[in-house]
Design a protein around this ligand. Sequence first.
Ligand SMILES: C[S@@+](CC[C@H](N)C(=O)[O-])C[C@H]1O[C@@H](n2cnc3c(N)ncnc32)[C@H](O)[C@@H]1O
Length: 171
Amino acid sequence: MQEREPRAFYDDLAEDYHLVYPDWNASVRRQGTALDGVVRGALGDREHSVLDCSCGIGTQALGLARHGHRVVGSDLSPRAVRRAALEAAQRGLALPAAAADMRSLPFIDECFDVVVSGDNSVAHLLTDQDLRAALAGMRRVLRPGGLLVLTLRDYEHERAARRGAPRRFRR
Ligand SMILES: C[S@@+](CC[C@H](N)C(=O)[O-])C[C@H]1O[C@@H](n2cnc3c(N)ncnc32)[C@H](O)[C@@H]1O
């Protein structure tokens, strides 16, 4: 976990964030396909309205938009959001995006079928109060029967697994 405030940290990282992945475009495609399957499996095989409330540079938002979903992106980091919008435009995808804190989402009640917060974003919320505020807001903007998708990685577990893996599987 970075020591600086998340907004400044991710603003500084926005231009290079894709380098976190061995191949960011492949991850956009892979995560988009996986999330599309989850969404259609839970809510029906059609296109849905989705809020990615910690979209960063768009890893999950772009992936879902590629599958035809109507995705809105928001994130604490204005620079990450700007890059997500740019990446969408370069791909011919629609991705309305705005800077917003997931603890106080600026959207009307019950306006999305799906809310996504991907790849350890909620891990930045360090108190019960912040977690409650974020989860209550996500619930508020979801229509009744809508779907919340939170994805988290246990990096300590992954590091330990890699240390124990045969050399040829280490990266
Ligand atoms: C590990 S990154 C993941 C970004 C994106 N989901 C992805 O997988 O590329 C975590 C993201 O959470 C965002 N974030 C942290 N705290 C936030 C908050 N309170 N509200 C909205 N976004 C937040 C950061 O700005 C950052 O973009």
